[in-house]
Design a protein around this ligand. Structure first.
Ligand SMILES: Cc1ncc(COP(=O)(O)O)c(C=O)c1O
Length: 357
């Protein structure tokens, strides 16, 4: 069976050494030494100032809103994983969807300003499939309209924009380190905070709002990463460059094989891709179903990421109709891409698609 992705499991002996250290010091959670070490190493690898590790990418978004005091409504993308919007709803913030650009699949910056309402406080764009948004223009729109920016960078591990980490734009960027991601900690996530003065607040918000022995100044949650997860991250980080190289080869193979037959995501020319996903756009939803069925018959399971478009969700009663997002969502298929996907499997996937389009 070939799934859209496969969790990378690093060398067991190396992981075991970290587990042995946890057993000998007895420190399993609550900002332990491995979490601290991983924060340090990730800050260096990603070239960012402040990183706070948390238990998953969804709470990372929630904590970003809480750290910044986001209220009212937020302009966001309807073409994303459901957590981008559900995290807003959970925190009493109304999502307003700005339709996407048909080529990049990212929020269309020309749709943002006209959607700003009286109570709009924030923009929550997504670097879809690791393709950088137009961060300079978004930051300008935010500045001109006194809005905050939280980037959902769940897919953007290691992505650079004009040679600088894409995570250094906006007020806060959030990452997901779920087992399916290119860098993972089994479950996990992070906040990248650009304003130094907000780091302390984020740290106590992830720990029930407890600032010190005597003070609980804010309503917090429990979003701590544990030591076993940090140990996994430390092992995966050691191998990240080889993993990225393998992904890039698979990416290039599909691109050459399928060129002219399907539509690809247009990459932001100022950003370096991280090859986290390989989305293709088929001619129609009918064609997508034919391709999907043909692959499934061969035990190959691509995924309809992202489907459905979030402006169709019943619990978000916005009466919004994001035509382009719905169109792309109905025709997008993400192909299997992960280190270890053999060349003969890549060929089989490409051949099946070629036969059906
Ligand atoms: C764009 C996006 N945002 C947020 C998340 C949520 O991350 P997590 O699964 O770590 O909670 C995901 C997860 O896949 C995602 O793809």
């Amino acid at each position: 069976m070939i799934n859209v992705t496969k969790t990378y499991l690093p060398d067991k002996q190396k992981y075991k050494k970290y587990v042995d250290s946890i057993y000998s010091n007895g420190w399993v959670t609550n900002n332990g030494p491995l979490v601290k070490l991983l924060e340090k190493r990730l800050a260096k690898y990603l070239n960012v100032k402040n990183i706070v590790l948390v238990s998953n990418g969804t709470v990372a978004l929630e904590l970003a809103y809480r750290t910044l005091g986001v209220e009212g409504s937020a302009i966001t993308s309807p073409f994303s994983f459901v957590a981008t919007s559900s995290s807003l709803v959970t925190n009493g913030i109304k999502p307003i969807f700005a339709d996407i650009d048909i080529k990049s699949f990212n929020i269309n910056i020309n749709n943002i300003e006209k959607l700003i309402e009286k109570d709009t406080s924030t923009i929550v764009p997504v670097h879809v499939f690791g393709n950088s948004c137009d961060v300079e223009k978004i930051d300008n729109i935010a500045k001109n309209n006194n809005l905050k920016v939280v980037y959902d960078a769940a897919h953007a591990f290691g992505v650079k924009f004009k040679n600088k980490s894409v995570l250094s734009y906006g007020d806060i960027s959030t990452l997901s380190f779920h087992a399916t991601k290119i860098f993972h900690t089994i479950e996990g996530g992070a906040l990248i905070i650009n304003d130094d003065s907000l780091v302390e607040k984020a740290r106590y918000l992830i720990n029930f709002g407890i600032k010190n022995k005597n003070e609980i100044p804010e309503l917090g949650i429990n979003a701590k990463m544990n030591e076993f997860e940090a140990a996994m991250g430390l092992c995966v980080l050691d191998d990240i460059n080889e993993l990225n190289l393998e992904r890039s080869l698979i990416y290039d193979f599909y691109k050459n094989e399928l060129d002219g037959l399907v539509i690809f995501q247009e990459q932001n020319c100022d950003s370096t891709p991280n090859h986290s996903y390989f989305p293709i756009i088929l001619e129609s939803e009918d064609q997508l179903k034919i391709v999907e069925n043909a692959l499934n018959k061969n035990a190959i399971f691509p995924r309809r990421y992202f489907y459905p478009s979030l402006d169709t969700l019943s619990y978000i009663k916005q009466n919004q109709f994001c035509e382009i997002s719905r169109n792309i969502a109905s025709r997008v298929l993400c192909l299997p891409i992960y280190p270890g996907l053999e060349i003969k499997q890549q060929k089989l996937i490409s051949e099946i698609i070629k036969n059906e389009v």
